[in-house]
Write a protein that binds this ligand. Structure first.
Ligand code: C5P
Length: 216
């Protein structure tokens, strides 16, 4: 059987996982899945149908209909959709449906970089490389503000920070698949690190694992 290579990237909202995942997928020529988009797609479907986010059976139906090849980042990236996603993400049945799709994606050769909250712990516990990317809540809020301002928007730092803290609490505090580093994850704190430095640090970790494997 050909070995598919898996890189699992977990961490809180705004830590820089997405950019890092994209850079690594390009560099190592792997498929890429932002699993957050799958939870966002479920939340978006409920919002579109004016259904409450705690309608679990509607969320399950929406989860079954999620098509990984057809996730529209432009539509799903809205802040409110992210908030809503973290509410539907607490339901174990919804998670099970999405996790199955994510695992199938990971198994497709030549392998994939997946980023999310539970990749190293639940979705791909056998991943070749696990990274846990984090940054202080203040730094993440400052980055988010800069991002909004760079596209001509305005926002309040204190509100953004409060949102980030609330989302962290929801993601880390839920009973099913809470956000936490896998025991064998490499920690990457990007608080004081630009994305290029984080990419280089991740590459060093991955190349080291690959070199050791070649020797074994
Ligand atoms: O990463 P992103 O902000 O797009 O994720 C939106 C929400 O989806 C997260 O706050 C989290 O609650 C949920 N999520 C999850 N497990 C994942 C990815 C995202 O629970 N693997």
């Amino acid at each position: 059987m050909t070995h598919v290579f898996t890189i699992a990237i977990d961490g809180p909202a705004g830590a820089g996982k997405g950019t890092l995942a994209r850079r690594l997928a390009d560099h190592y020529r792997l498929n890429l899945l932002d699993t957050g988009l799958t939870y966002r797609a479920v939340a978006y479907a409920l919002i579109q149908h004016a259904l409450p986010l705690d309608n679990v059976s509607a969320a399950e139906t929406a989860a079954r209909q999620v098509n990984l090849a057809n996730l529209d980042r432009a539509v799903l990236s809205a802040h409110a959709v992210g908030e809503a996603a973290s509410k539907v993400a607490v339901y174990p049945t919804v998670r099970r449906i999405l996790v199955e799709k994510q695992r199938d994606f990971a198994k497709t050769p030549p392998g994939a970089v997946l980023d999310g909250r539970d990749i190293g712990t639940v979705v791909c516990p056998e991943a070749d490389i696990k990274l846990y990317v984090t940054a202080s809540a203040e730094v993440r809020a400052r980055r988010r503000l800069a991002e909004i301002e760079s596209i001509g928007g305005t926002a309040d730092f204190t509100e953004i920070l409060a949102d980030i803290v609330r989302r962290d609490e929801r993601d880390m505090g839920r009973a099913d698949s809470p956000l936490k580093p896998a025991a064998d994850a490499h920690l990457l704190d990007t608080s004081e690190m630009a994305i290029e430095a984080a990419f280089l640090a991740a590459m060093a970790i991955i190349d080291d694992v690959l070199a050791k494997r070649d020797k074994a």
